[in-house]
Design a protein around this ligand. Structure first.
Ligand SMILES: CC(C)(COP(=O)(O)OP(=O)(O)OC[C@H]1O[C@@H](n2cnc3c(N)ncnc32)[C@H](O)[C@@H]1OP(=O)(O)O)[C@@H](O)C(=O)NCCC(=O)NCCS
Length: 278
């Protein structure tokens, strides 16, 4: 898939050789994650195994910088996973969401961890293979949908990582565009994001439910009991909508996403993010 003359997008299907070697600690993508965004049991177990399944490879993306004078450089990597969401199907799919927005609340409280294990385990069931692992968390154990052999009807983003020297060039947005396109092309009706806010770790004592309401330019300021919000509750100010304080959440909201719920048993929280209409 060509994106422009400088950057090319590939998938793990078209260029399996680009998959990072996670055991190689000198690989730049091995050290890109802040500790609070990585390293739980589900993440460690499932994430690297996605490459083993043909039907999942086309949802893993690489951006390579190409130059006539230098060797190609891998500059960004993104992962996503298709999954079957029974409540979405029961409500009539994407079109049913507008009249039944409460369906969004059926996304699992385990967020990233549950959707990652659900997506991989459902892929195995569809291929007639035994489960890869018993549930690691209570939320995964409650997630009986992981045993479903139904065709996926939704895509979940899992991660986007851009090497530091290539940030702020629109590559993260390009990756989200790739996920939307892949969802459209494969008939997946909705793209959801179990979002991991990149600045949350700077405010460890703030409840995540409060943190996601912080708006850019309005908070936080440090009060006697720690960070306090000096925000406006999300109203329009001077004709402009107040976007979230967290830069990664802000990116998704500015592209049309909206927060659905907090997933307390996840590495991050759920952000609902709808695909561009076909
Ligand atoms: C998050 C990430 C993919 C963003 O990539 P990017 O190319 O900088 O994306 P954008 O240019 O669209 O930046 C989005 C916003 O995040 C900000 N930002 C980028 N990197 C940031 C960082 N490390 N810390 C805080 N803010 C950051 C940008 O300034 C921008 O804010 P703005 O809207 O005010 O301009 C990149 O920072 C990254 O790879 N981080 C490490 C992996 C990670 O945490 N991924 C997110 C969880 S899946």
């Amino acid at each position: 898939m060509t994106t422009n003359s400088e950057y090319r997008v590939y998938t793990a299907q078209s260029r399996p050789d680009l998959w990072p070697d996670w055991n190689d600690e000198s690989h730049p993508f091995s050290t890109i994650w802040a500790n609070f965004l990585r390293g739980d049991l589900t993440d460690d177990f499932y994430l690297s195994k996605i490459r083993n399944y043909e039907e999942l490879r086309k949802f893993q993306f690489f951006i390579v910088r190409q130059s006539p004078t230098e060797p190609e450089t891998l500059v960004a990597f993104a992962q996503s996973i298709p999954f079957f969401w029974p409540e979405l199907e029961a409500t009539g799919g994407r079109t049913g969401l507008s009249s039944h927005p409460e369906v969004l609340q059926s996304l699992p409280d385990g967020g990233y961890d549950t959707i990652l294990s659900r997506g991989v385990e459902q892929c195995l069931v569809r291929q007639g293979l035994p489960p890869l692992a018993a549930p690691f968390t209570d939320d995964q154990a409650r997630d009986s949908t992981r045993k479903s052999n139904n065709r996926p009807n939704a895509l979940s983003a899992l991660s986007i990582a851009v090497l530091p020297e290539w940030r702020s060039k629109g590559l993260a947005e390009m990756m989200l565009g790739c996920m939307k396109a892949a969802a459209r092309e494969t008939g997946l009706e909705v793209l959801v994001v179990p979002l991991r806010p990149t600045r949350k770790a700077d405010f460890p004592t703030v409840d995540i439910s409060d943190y996601v309401t912080w708006k850019r330019g309005f908070g936080p300021t440090m009060g006697p009991v720690g960070p306090i919000l000096a925000g406006d509750g999300g109203r329009v100010v001077n004709g402009k909508p107040c976007l979230p304080f967290d830069p990664w959440l802000r990116k998704h909201v500015s592209l049309g996403g909206h927060v659905v719920k907090v997933a307390r048993n996840s590495i991050g929280l759920w952000g609902g993010y709808e695909i561009i209409p076909h």
